[in-house]
Design a protein around this ligand. Structure first.
Ligand code: FUL
Length: 486
C-alpha cells in the first residue's frame, strides 16, 4: 500500500517544531491591531521610527530557545512595505527610517542570518492601501460588486480588460522584488511563504492568480532555483503544504491528521483543499490527497502587533500548555513575538521566551527510555533499538500483518517522570488512529495514563510527577502496521 508522505521540507518542519512570527509595521506605532487604512496621514507619520531596529537580541534568544525559523510581516493588510519597494510610495524608503536610507526587512534578514534562523515571508494578499486592489475602470467605476460578481453581466475576461490597474501584477512585482534580492531572507532564502487569506468584510473583491504567484515563488525559492526543496506554502489553495490549524490560540485538535483533501471544480481542476474544519480546528483526514503540516499560530501577548495595552507576555504555564496542545498534538507551533515602537522586543517578552526555552530543554534533555529495558509483545522485535537512537529517519514497526503493537518500558525501579512522548515515523505516512498509555509499579496493577486517537509527528502525554516502574504503550493503525520512531 503506498502512502501519502510529507516532502522533505515538510518533514523537516515537523521535526523543527518551533517557528516564530514577527509582526511589525504601521500598526505597531498606532495601537492598531487589524486592517487599518491610515487615510491622509503622511507616510512618515504612518511609520515614524527613525533609528535602526534592534533585533539581534531577539534572534539570539529565539535560537537559544530552540526556534528554527522566523516569519516576518513584510507587508500586512495596511499595505505598507517594510522593505525598499520601487512599486509603491507606501514603503520604508519614503519614511525617516535611517534618514530614508534604511530597510527593515534587510535588517531583520541580516540578524536572522547571523543567528542561523531560517526565514519565512508574510506578504498580505489583501492590501487596503494599494489602488489597484479590486477592479475599477479608468474613471474609477467599480467593475465587480462586493459579492465578487462582475457588474453589468460582464465576463471576467471583460472585467480584466477594462481594469485600469492589475493588482495581481502589482503583487507579483512585490513578491519578485523580495524573493530575487539576496539581502532578504536567511542567506537570501525564504523557506515558507504565508499567503494570508484574511480579508475585511466590504473590502473590494479581488481574485488572486495563485498559479502565477506560486510559479514565481518556486522559481526563486524552490528546487528550480537550485535548492533541495520547494518553499513551503501557507494559504496557497490546492498548492498548500502548510495549513492553518483553525484558531489563533495555538491549539491543534486532539485528533489531528496531516492529510487534507483536494477540492475540484466542475471541470476537474483542483481549486482548494478541504482540511476538515470544525469548531475552530482543522482536523485533516486519515486519508487524503495532499500532506499538509498542521501549523498552530499563537501570540505571546494578546495581539499580533505590539501596543501599550497588549504588550504583556503570557504566563509560562500558558505557553507550555500551548506547546503541549500544538507540538504535542502533531502540529508545529508558530509563536508571534511583536517588535515594539522602538523596533525591538520588550525585555519581559525576551525573558519569557528564554524561560520557555529552558522549560523545554530541562523537560526533554533526559530521555528516561535510554536507561530502560524496552520490549514488545510483537513477534517482530528486530530494530527496536531504533526507538532509542534519537535519529528521525530510523523506525520500528511490528510484523506486516500486525495492526497493533504494545511496547513496554521497564525502568528497573520506581521512577518519576512528567511526559510520555510518542512519535510516528511520518516518512512512512500517518497511520495510527488509536493509542493508550498505562503505567504500573509491579506489572500487575495497571493504571490508565491516557488514551486517545492520532499520534502523527508527536504526541505528548503530560502528567507532572508520575511515579511508575513500567510504562505500556499500545498503538493501533487502521488496517496496517503502525510505524514508530523517536
Ligand atoms: C491573520 C491576520 O489577519 C492577522 O492580523 C495576523 O497577521 C494573523 C497571523 O493572520 O489572518
Amino acid at each position: 500500500m503506498s502512502h501519502l508522505v510529507p516532502n522533505i521540507a515538510q518533514f523537516q518542519y515537523h521535526k523543527e517544531e518551533l517557528a516564530a512570527f514577527i509582526h511589525f509595521g504601521p500598526n505597531t506605532f498606532h495601537n492598531v491591531e487589524w486592517g487599518e487604512h491610515y487615510g491622509n496621514m503622511s507616510v512618515k507619520d504612518v511609520f515614524p521610527l527613525k533609528s535602526k531596529v534592534d533585533v539581534e537580541p531577539l534572534m539570539a534568544t529565539l535560537q537559544e530557545a530552540g526556534f528554527k525559523k522566523v516569519i516576518v510581516t513584510a507587508k500586512h493588510h495596511d499595505g505598507f512595505a517594510i522593505w525598499r519597494s520601487r512599486f509603491t510610495d507606501y514603503e520604508i524608503g519614503h519614511t525617516d527610517y535611517q534618514n530614508g536610507q534604511g530597510d527593515v526587512l534587510a535588517d531583520i534578514s541580516a540578524a536572522a542570518t547571523k543567528y542561523g534562523l531560517a526565514m519565512g515571508l508574510y506578504l498580505s494578499p489583501w492590501d487596503i492601501h494599494e489602488k489597484s486592489y479590486g477592479y475599477y475602470d479608468q474613471d474609477g467605476n467599480p467593475l465587480v460588486g462586493e459579492d465578487g460578481i462582475p457588474l453589468l453581466g460582464r465576463t471576467w475576461e471583460e472585467v480584466e480588460q477594462l481594469d485600469a490597474a492589475d493588482y495581481n501584477t502589482f503583487y507579483l512585482h512585490q513578491l519578485e522584488e523580495i524573493l530575487s534580492n539576496p539581502c532578504y531572507g536567511c542567506n537570501g532564502r525564504f523557506t515558507e511563504i504565508w499567503l494570508d487569506g484574511a480579508k475585511g468584510t466590504g473590502a473590494a473583491a479581488q481574485r488572486y492568480k495563485l498559479d502565477q504567484w506560486i510559479a514565481t515563488i518556486q522559481r526563486y525559492q524552490g528546487r528550480q532555483a537550485g535548492y533541495d526543496t520547494d518553499a513551503l506554502l501557507f494559504g496557497a489553495g490546492p498548492y498548500t503544504t502548510v495549513r492553518w490549524i483553525g484558531n489563533e490560540s495555538g491549539f491543534a485538535h486532539e485528533t489531528t491528521w496531516a492529510p487534507a483533501r483536494l477540492v475540484y471544480d466542475d471541470s476537474g481542476i483542483a481549486m482548494d483543499i478541504d482540511t476538515n474544519m470544525h469548531d475552530h480546528y482543522s482536523q485533516g483526514y486519515p486519508t487524503g490527497d495532499v500532506w499538509t503540516v498542521p501549523e498552530a499560530d499563537a501570540r505571546i501577548t494578546s495581539g499580533w502587533f505590539w501596543g501599550p495595552n497588549k504588550k504583556r507576555p503570557k504566563p509560562l504555564s500558558e505557553l507550555t500548555e500551548i506547546y503541549l496542545r500544538s507540538v504535542g498534538h502533531g502540529a508545529t507551533l508558530l509563536l508571534n513575538i511583536p517588535l515594539n515602537d522602538q523596533g525591538k522586543v520588550d525585555q519581559d517578552i525576551l525573558d519569557r521566551i528564554r524561560e520557555f526555552g529552558c522549560v523545554l530543554q530541562t523537560t526533554f534533555t533526559t530521555n528516561l527510555a535510554h536507561g530502560a529495558k524496552l520490549d514488545t509483545d510483537s513477534s517482530y522485535k528486530q530494530g527496536l533499538e531504533n526507538l532509542l537512537d534519537e535519529h528521525p529517519w530510523t523506525h520500528w514497526s511490528p510484523g506486516e500483518s500486525e495492526t497493533e503493537a504494545v511496547l513496554t518500558l521497564d525502568f528497573g525501579k520506581q521512577t518519576s517522570f512528567d511526559i510520555v512522548s510518542i512519535e510516528e515515523a511520518i516518512q512512512e505516512g500517518q497511520k495510527i488512529c488509536q493509542y493508550q498509555v498505562d503505567i504500573s509499579l509491579n506489572q500487575k496493577d495497571w493504571y490508565l495514563m491516557e488514551k486517545g486517537t492520532t499520534i502523527g509527528a508527536k504526541r505528548l502525554i503530560a502528567q507532572h510527577g508520575t511515579q511508575a516502574r513500567f510504562v505500556k504503550i499500545w498503538v493501533k493503525a487502521a488496517g496496517e502496521a503502525p510505524c514508530l520512531t523517536v
